[in-house]
Design a protein around this ligand. Structure first.
Ligand SMILES: NC(=O)c1ccc[n+]([C@@H]2O[C@H](COP(=O)([O-])OP(=O)(O)OC[C@H]3O[C@@H](n4cnc5c(N)ncnc54)[C@H](OP(=O)(O)O)[C@@H]3O)[C@@H](O)[C@H]2O)c1
Length: 349
């Protein structure tokens, strides 16, 4: 039912769909954890805007936010609550001088077809800066912060990135190359992803972590050891990285996908303390809180490296509208996509 028209003549529906948490996730994620529900699109109050969602971010961390034992430093989703975070959309109605109809905006409005809220919650973005608005829905701040500020990657480093074809890993490896790393090695879950890392993302070498032991692969590719490890996986890959750490290696511990996907209590890696001590390995876990400094550092380097032709934005856009979001998150966790994943919500945008 459409009752209103925006200033540019586009119809705004009275109600729209959103994806909510139906049931907390335990172990492997199932479709029963999600509900696609109809919700009202209210009239905007003073200072508010109505935004049509064009694209939303799909990320591994959302699975953690669906669990009762979520450890992330952000509020987990509650049952009945709209899921998702990052979204880009188009302002359709505005009761604020800060934003005009047609402006492209980024927000944390999540997995809904429309959102309504105070203009301050929407950040105007430049539609012409990138070839697609999904460039704004990247895991870049985490990749840049982890590589530059935590691992302090630089000239001459031999670097290993686990989960390298994923959203964070595919950017982290490129950040290391752009900052002068001598060699960047990536691990991923299929031959196609391994080829993608080397042929399209500029990794020097890559291997499928299903092929042989991780430690043997690393010893072959980095006989003098690794100086930097950027870890999104944990488990066997973390244990192997400790075994091949060069003296004073820096480990930026970003994620633990191999344990996040399961309720198994034994999913955490064993820590070979004596090697960490005698090799003087610096193990640093970190959480990127998307501070203005972190966002700014990523935006500046991303724009510069893209313009210089040194960087690509690895991404997958999932089609099919809002009802495909539960399938998309499950497929992402099964390794079906490459790079940063977003879903197109509004048809034709
Ligand atoms: N510390 C922070 O501030 C921060 C911020 C954002 C994200 N993170 C974390 O960073 C990690 C990566 O996030 P992302 O959004 O970039 O996700 P992602 O890597 O795009 O996640 C999906 C990929 O993970 C791999 N994967 C899934 N299960 C695996 C397993 N058991 N073992 C090995 N690989 C597995 C799959 O690739 P393959 O086909 O290669 O297996 C899949 O394509 C997550 O742990 C996330 O929570 C941390």
């Amino acid at each position: 039912v459409t009752t209103r028209k925006s200033a540019n003549g586009t119809k705004i529906p009275k109600s729209a769909r959103e994806v909510r948490l139906a049931k907390h996730a335990e172990g492997k994620l199932t479709l029963g954890c999600f509900e696609v529900a109809e919700t009202a699109v209210p009239e905007p109050g003073k200072g508010e805007v109505v935004v049509r969602t064009d694209y939303v971010l799909v990320a591994a961390a959302f699975q953690d936010m669906m669990r009762t034992d979520c450890q992330l430093p952000i509020p987990p989703f509650q049952i009945g609550q709209r899921m998702g975070l990052g979204a880009v959309g188009t302002v359709m109605l505005s009761n604020s001088p800060a934003l005009g109809v047609g402006d492209l905006v980024m927000s944390m409005s999540g997995w809904s077809e429309y959102s309504v809220g105070p203009a301050e919650q929407y950040f105007k973005i430049d539609a012409k800066q990138f070839e697609s608005p999904v460039y704004y829905l990247s895991q870049g701040p985490t990749a840049y912060y982890g590589m530059a500020d935590i691992a302090k990657v630089g000239k001459g480093d031999v670097v290993f990135v686990s989960g390298a074809a994923g959203g964070v890993g595919s950017l982290a490896g490129q950040v290391a190359k752009c900052r002068g790393a001598k060699m960047v090695i990536g691990s991923a879950g299929s031959k196609a992803k391994v080829d993608y890392l080397v042929n399209e993302l500029g990794f020097d070498a890559a291997f499928d972590y299903h092929d042989g032991s991780v430690v043997d692969n690393l010893r072959k590719l980095a006989p003098d050891g690794i100086d930097v490890f950027f870890d999104t996986v944990g488990g066997e890959q973390f244990e192997a990285a400790v075994q091949v750490a060069a003296r004073s290696a820096r480990f930026a511990l970003c994620g633990a996908l191999s344990a996040q996907n399961t309720s198994r209590k034994d999913a955490s890696p064993r820590l070979d303390l004596m090697t960490v001590i005698t090799q003087d390995v610096d193990l640093r876990g970190f959480c990127c809180m998307h501070t203005p400094e972190q966002l700014g550092a990523w935006a500046q380097h991303f724009g510069m490296w893209l313009a210089e032709g040194k960087f690509v934005f690895p991404h997958t856009i999932v089609e099919g509208g809002i009802e495909q979001l539960p399938h998309a998150l499950i497929a992402l966790l099964q390794g079906k996509y490459q790079g940063n994943v977003s879903l197109r919500v509004a048809a034709g945008d």
